[in-house]
Design a protein around this ligand. Structure first.
Ligand code: PEP
Length: 252
């Protein structure tokens, strides 16, 4: 019922030519992947070229961030959500832990970005996740609840259809220490419960919750077997087309 999503976050890697080469290498490798949606998030500078070269394929393109502001204006260095739409994006990643921790993004900023992205017609991949210190202090669930409630404040039930949540424990991102399938399942089930409480059971039932944090071809199957795990947001392992394609084909 919930179609899985495998999304690749290229972070601040790849010049335009490298982005195009990776996207074109990926295209035939995932062309028959009807069991899931495939999304890649190249850096801003490659978006238009990559989206153009992927036209007619089953690979969708996402931005990695957008401005809190939708109205064009004097915001040097920012990219408005409709600019992402304009260059061919269908999705945008918001609230990635690197944005929250390296660039001090708050839940309120994440909320404004989410509202702007939805207004521009994008689907949002909203990232949440606790740090190791927060987990060890027993605060993982309240932290994730706070990020979800803060990020989704004021959204209508229509908006929720264009929200995807990515649970990305900060201690698992880029560290090689992936959460165990059981740890991931526990938090995914919690996220679905929060969604049911705050919104409604139907929205919670169809919500797709991705796991992110050192997902690789050799651990994706165990993760995807979990009931509440609907896909993966992949960083490092998405940079290589063949490795990412192996993750996309987790079902084979
Ligand atoms: C990410 O950037 O969202 C991520 C999960 O990175 P990695 O797969 O490298 O841990």
């Amino acid at each position: 019922m919930r179609k899985p999503i495998i999304a690749g976050n290229w972070k601040m890697y790849k010049l335009v030519a490298e982005s195009v080469a990776t996207a074109l290498a990926l295209r035939p490798l995932v062309a028959n992947a009807n069991h899931c949606e495939v999304i890649i998030a190249p850096p801003f500078t490659s978006l238009k070229t990559v989206a153009d070269r992927l036209e007619g394929s089953n690979i969708k393109v996402a931005g990695q961030n957008c401005s809190t502001e939708l109205k064009h204006g004097a915001h040097t260095g920012e990219i408005a959500a409709d600019m992402l739409r304009d260059v061919g994006c269908t999705h945008v990643i918001i609230g990635h832990s690197e944005r929250r921790h390296l660039y001090a993004e708050t839940d309120s900023m994440v909320n404004h970005k989410t509202q702007a992205a939805l207004a521009a017609g994008l689907t949002v991949i909203l990232c949440v996740g606790e740090t190791l210190a927060q987990r060890e202090a027993g605060h993982a669930e309240p932290v994730v609840r706070g990020q979800l409630e803060g990020g989704l404040r004021g959204l209508t039930s229509n908006d929720l259809a264009r929200i995807i949540v990515a649970y990305e424990p900060v201690w698992a991102i880029g560290t090689g220490h992936t959460a165990t399938p059981e740890q991931a399942q526990e938090m995914h089930a919690f996220i679905r419960r929060v969604f049911a409480e705050r919104h409604n059971e139907d929205a919670a039932e169809v919500l797709r919750i991705l796991y992110g944090g050192s997902v690789k071809p050799d651990n994706v199957v165990g993760l995807m077997e979990q009931t509440d795990l609907d896909g993966a947001l992949v960083g490092g392992a998405s940079l290589d087309a063949e490795t990412f394609a192996q993750i996309v084909h987790f079902n084979l």
